[in-house]
Design a protein around this ligand. Structure first.
Ligand code: AMP
Length: 287
């Protein structure tokens, strides 16, 4: 496995592979790799001839007062993981390689990014759309792998790729969870022991919403009430949003629910912000 810091060098490597008919997949990450990231790398290794993992903590997607400076950085362990998982290359650029001092271009995908996390993190999705566009230009991969854990991000990237005719196939991979149901996240390590015990409530709440749908409830507001009620039983969790949304547009779901809608939640647990989501009828989930 080779580690690349320079844009031109990784681009040349990817083109060399493609010039002899081999396929390349990319897995964009911010590092601090966990089982969720590992599953993306495994999917990519299985589906393509060459896997490139990118590790870059993207300053453009953090707002003022967010955790950019304290975001976990575990590069040595991350490189070891990538090697063990069978990645062929890691792209590990410096901030200055990604953003020149006079960088002034950003990518905006409207609509999909208005609600859910977009309501609370105004810089977030433009920052992601911009960095992912740059990564796709630096690493002209055939396919790119993203987690359903960040479903609004995945939906936005699919739309951006379609709207801008980017020649890359987007693959969505299932959310990987700890044994108690908590979705794996780099930010889980911020929690203390007590918070960590409460955190699976988030997923239990989503399951309560899904159970209401399975029991025949077709009103999105009633599904949200069932799920929120489960969460409010625990005062330590501060709900930011719980919403049932259309899986293509991320706009409020309409009555009657069909099953392909997504129930999405964000909550604060002490200083940690957690997000999670579930498709009401898993058989309807897009990959
Ligand atoms: P991040 O490093 O948080 O920017 O995430 C990089 C990629 O890993 C994104 O596509 C995420 O959706 C994905 N990811 C993060 N957590 C999980 C998880 N628990 N299961 C599956 N994919 C995940």
């Amino acid at each position: 496995m080779e580690v690349f810091k320079e844009k031109d060098a990784i681009r040349t490597q990817v083109r060399d592979w493609q010039s002899v008919g081999q396929t390349v997949g990319v897995v964009p990450t911010m590092g601090a790799l966990h089982q969720g990231h590992h599953s993306l790398v495994r999917c990519c290794v299985a589906a393509t001839d060459h896997t490139v993992v990118t590790i870059f903590v993207n300053p453009k997607q953090f707002g003022p007062g967010e955790d950019l400076s304290s975001y976990p950085r575990t590069t040595e362990d991350d490189l070891k993981d990538c090697e063990e998982l069978g990645a062929d290359a890691v792209f590990l650029p410096d901030d200055s390689a990604m953003y020149a001092d006079d960088h002034c271009t950003s990518v905006n995908v409207s609509g999909i990014t208005d609600g859910l996390c977009g309501s609370f993190r105004p810089e977030f999705f433009d920052g992601i759309a911009t960095v992912v566009t740059k990564l796709f230009n630096i690493i002209p991969a055939d396919s790119a792998f993203f987690g359903r854990k960040d479903v609004q991000q995945l939906t936005m990237i699919r739309k951006m790729v379609s709207d801008l005719d980017m020649p890359v196939r987007i693959v969505g991979c299932p959310t990987v969870r700890e044994s108690d149901g908590l979705a794996c996240s780099s930010r889980n390590r911020y929690m203390n022991e007590e918070e960590r015990k409460l955190a699976p409530r988030l997923y239990q709440a989503l399951l309560a919403g899904k159970a209401a749908f399975e029991a025949g409830e077709r009103d999105p507001a009633a599904v949200v009430v069932s799920a929120s009620r489960e969460m409010l039983r625990e005062s330590g969790l501060k709900l930011q949003y719980m919403e049932c949304v259309n899986s293509d547009t991320m706009q409020r779901a309409l009555y009657p629910l069909k099953g392909d809608e997504v129930l999405a939640v964000a909550a604060h647990l002490g200083a940690t912000r957690l997000i999670d989501n579930i498709t009401l009828d898993e058989k309807a989930e897009q990959c």
